[in-house]
Design a protein around this ligand. Structure first.
Ligand SMILES: [Cu+2]
Length: 144
């Protein structure tokens, strides 16, 4: 029996198992492993760019240890689109003020935030405490 062939075979099985674990569900808001679309690490969103169709819900999960926010750039979402931010703020200014006041809008480690996108276009967003470190992301919403 060729040992190299055996190893290659087991590596393939492991890869398949991993891809099964990381499959996402945009409709599941629980914080279980793998049940999110965009993870949040020390100072990044991953993936930084994510594409969905109109009417779909995107789930962010704090997969790291620090507090983060998901906060839309008010001037960088499509015309007519609903503003969104963790904490439920209705404007970027309110979200920034809330964070400065008492860390409102924070997403603790292991928690999720979700938003349903109803208007096609590009949505730029950021994490308030880590914006200086470049923690920004983009959701692209396409017509079906
Ligand atoms: Cu952050």
């Amino acid at each position: 029996m060729d040992r190299r062939t055996f190893l290659a075979g087991s590596a393939t099985v492991a890869a398949v198992g991993l891809s099964g674990c990381t499959s996402f569900s945009g409709e599941n808001a629980s914080a279980g492993q793998g049940e999110y679309d965009i993870g949040m690490g020390s100072a990044f969103f991953r993936p930084a760019e994510f594409e969905v169709s109109v009417g779909e819900t995107v789930v962010w999960a704090n997969t790291g240890n620090r507090r983060h926010t998901v906060t839309a750039y008010e001037g960088q979402i499509p015309d007519g689109a609903e503003y969104f931010a963790s904490g439920g703020f209705e404007s970027e200014e309110a979200a920034r003020d809330g964070w400065m006041g008492n860390f409102e809008g924070r997403i603790e480690a292991g928690r999720t935030y979700e938003h349903t996108f109803e208007v096609p276009g590009e949505y730029h967003y950021f994490c308030i405490p880590h914006e200086p470190s470049g923690m920004v992301g983009k959701v692209v919403v396409t017509e079906e």
